[in-house]
Ligand binder design. Sequence first.
Ligand SMILES: [Zn+2]
Length: 147
Amino acid sequence: MNQPYRFEDENLVISDFFNEVLVVCPACAKKALATANIVTKKVRLFCVHCGYNKEVTTEVAQHTFITKPANQFFDAELWLQADFKKERFWAYNDKHLDYLERYISATLRGHKERTHFTLLEKLPKFYHEAKNREGLLKIIAKLKNKL
Ligand SMILES: [Zn+2]
Protein backbone atom coordinates (compact mmCIF):
# COMPACT_ATOMS: atom_id res chain seq x y z
CA MET A 1 0.00 0.00 0.00
CA ASN A 2 2.54 2.62 1.04
CA GLN A 3 5.73 3.25 -0.86
CA PRO A 4 8.78 2.38 1.20
CA TYR A 5 10.04 5.57 2.71
CA ARG A 6 13.69 5.82 3.43
CA PHE A 7 15.02 7.96 6.21
CA GLU A 8 18.68 8.83 6.63
CA ASP A 9 20.00 9.70 10.04
CA GLU A 10 20.91 13.38 9.77
CA ASN A 11 23.29 12.90 12.68
CA LEU A 12 21.53 15.50 14.76
CA VAL A 13 22.21 15.39 18.45
CA ILE A 14 19.79 16.23 21.19
CA SER A 15 21.51 19.51 21.99
CA ASP A 16 20.59 20.69 18.48
CA PHE A 17 17.13 21.20 19.95
CA PHE A 18 18.10 22.57 23.39
CA ASN A 19 17.88 26.23 22.50
CA GLU A 20 14.18 26.42 21.82
CA VAL A 21 11.84 24.42 23.99
CA LEU A 22 8.07 24.52 24.12
CA VAL A 23 6.90 24.37 27.72
CA VAL A 24 3.81 24.52 29.88
CA CYS A 25 3.64 28.06 31.24
CA PRO A 26 4.29 27.97 35.02
CA ALA A 27 1.71 30.72 35.50
CA CYS A 28 -1.23 29.95 33.21
CA ALA A 29 -0.50 26.39 31.99
CA LYS A 30 -0.79 27.37 28.35
CA LYS A 31 1.91 26.95 25.73
CA ALA A 32 5.01 29.04 26.37
CA LEU A 33 8.50 29.10 24.93
CA ALA A 34 11.88 28.81 26.62
CA THR A 35 14.64 30.14 24.39
CA ALA A 36 18.36 30.43 24.79
CA ASN A 37 20.31 33.24 23.28
CA ILE A 38 23.82 31.90 22.89
CA VAL A 39 25.28 35.34 22.22
CA THR A 40 23.96 37.02 25.35
CA LYS A 41 24.04 33.70 27.29
CA LYS A 42 20.57 34.31 28.55
CA VAL A 43 17.69 31.87 28.70
CA ARG A 44 14.20 33.26 28.71
CA LEU A 45 10.80 31.78 29.35
CA PHE A 46 8.08 33.84 27.75
CA CYS A 47 4.33 33.25 27.53
CA VAL A 48 2.27 35.18 24.98
CA HIS A 49 -0.93 34.23 26.78
CA CYS A 50 -0.30 35.74 30.21
CA GLY A 51 2.90 37.72 29.70
CA TYR A 52 4.98 35.57 32.06
CA ASN A 53 8.58 36.52 31.41
CA LYS A 54 11.63 35.26 33.24
CA GLU A 55 15.27 35.36 32.31
CA VAL A 56 18.40 33.66 33.64
CA THR A 57 22.06 33.77 32.65
CA THR A 58 23.90 30.58 31.75
CA GLU A 59 26.96 28.97 30.22
CA VAL A 60 27.33 28.21 26.53
CA ALA A 61 29.23 25.14 25.31
CA GLN A 62 31.26 25.20 22.11
CA HIS A 63 29.67 28.54 21.23
CA THR A 64 26.58 26.73 20.02
CA PHE A 65 24.42 25.38 22.78
CA ILE A 66 23.54 25.83 26.40
CA THR A 67 24.51 23.12 28.86
CA LYS A 68 21.01 21.78 29.37
CA PRO A 69 17.64 22.08 27.65
CA ALA A 70 16.14 25.57 28.00
CA ASN A 71 13.09 24.34 29.95
CA GLN A 72 15.25 22.92 32.75
CA PHE A 73 16.35 26.39 33.82
CA PHE A 74 12.78 27.02 34.91
CA ASP A 75 11.69 23.55 35.97
CA ALA A 76 9.07 23.92 33.30
CA GLU A 77 7.29 20.86 31.96
CA LEU A 78 7.56 20.03 28.29
CA TRP A 79 4.54 21.01 26.20
CA LEU A 80 5.06 18.20 23.72
CA GLN A 81 4.83 14.98 25.69
CA ALA A 82 2.48 12.06 26.01
CA ASP A 83 2.36 8.67 27.66
CA PHE A 84 2.91 5.74 25.37
CA LYS A 85 2.32 2.34 26.97
CA LYS A 86 4.64 2.51 29.98
CA GLU A 87 6.95 4.96 28.30
CA ARG A 88 6.93 8.65 27.65
CA PHE A 89 7.16 10.20 24.23
CA TRP A 90 8.38 13.77 24.13
CA ALA A 91 9.91 16.45 21.96
CA TYR A 92 11.46 19.81 22.71
CA ASN A 93 9.87 21.69 19.83
CA ASP A 94 8.12 21.39 16.47
CA LYS A 95 11.35 20.70 14.58
CA HIS A 96 12.28 17.93 17.00
CA LEU A 97 8.78 16.46 16.70
CA ASP A 98 8.98 16.63 12.94
CA TYR A 99 12.36 14.89 12.94
CA LEU A 100 11.02 12.07 15.12
CA GLU A 101 7.96 11.77 12.92
CA ARG A 102 10.05 11.37 9.80
CA TYR A 103 12.17 8.75 11.51
CA ILE A 104 9.28 6.79 12.97
CA SER A 105 7.23 6.82 9.78
CA ALA A 106 10.17 5.53 7.73
CA THR A 107 10.06 1.90 6.75
CA LEU A 108 13.69 1.93 5.71
CA ARG A 109 16.16 3.51 8.04
CA GLY A 110 19.65 4.42 7.03
CA HIS A 111 22.45 5.07 9.42
CA LYS A 112 25.76 6.36 8.20
CA GLU A 113 28.43 5.10 10.52
CA ARG A 114 27.16 4.51 14.01
CA THR A 115 28.50 6.92 16.59
CA HIS A 116 26.20 6.02 19.50
CA PHE A 117 25.95 9.73 19.91
CA THR A 118 23.15 10.93 17.66
CA LEU A 119 19.71 11.67 18.95
CA LEU A 120 18.23 8.73 17.03
CA GLU A 121 20.81 6.24 18.30
CA LYS A 122 20.10 7.33 21.85
CA LEU A 123 16.34 6.93 21.68
CA PRO A 124 14.84 4.27 23.93
CA LYS A 125 13.99 0.99 22.22
CA PHE A 126 10.25 1.59 21.91
CA TYR A 127 10.81 4.38 19.41
CA HIS A 128 12.51 1.96 17.04
CA GLU A 129 10.06 -0.91 17.11
CA ALA A 130 7.94 -1.39 14.01
CA LYS A 131 4.97 -2.59 16.08
CA ASN A 132 4.84 0.82 17.77
CA ARG A 133 4.93 2.83 14.56
CA GLU A 134 1.21 3.35 14.21
CA GLY A 135 0.66 4.20 17.87
CA LEU A 136 3.53 6.63 17.95
CA LEU A 137 2.38 8.37 14.79
CA LYS A 138 -1.04 8.83 16.39
CA ILE A 139 0.59 10.50 19.38
CA ILE A 140 2.63 12.71 17.10
CA ALA A 141 -0.51 13.77 15.23
CA LYS A 142 -2.16 14.62 18.54
CA LEU A 143 0.83 16.65 19.70
CA LYS A 144 0.92 18.49 16.37
CA ASN A 145 -2.59 19.68 17.07
CA LYS A 146 -1.29 21.37 20.20
CA LEU A 147 1.32 23.34 18.29
ZN1 LIG B 1 1.25 31.98 30.68
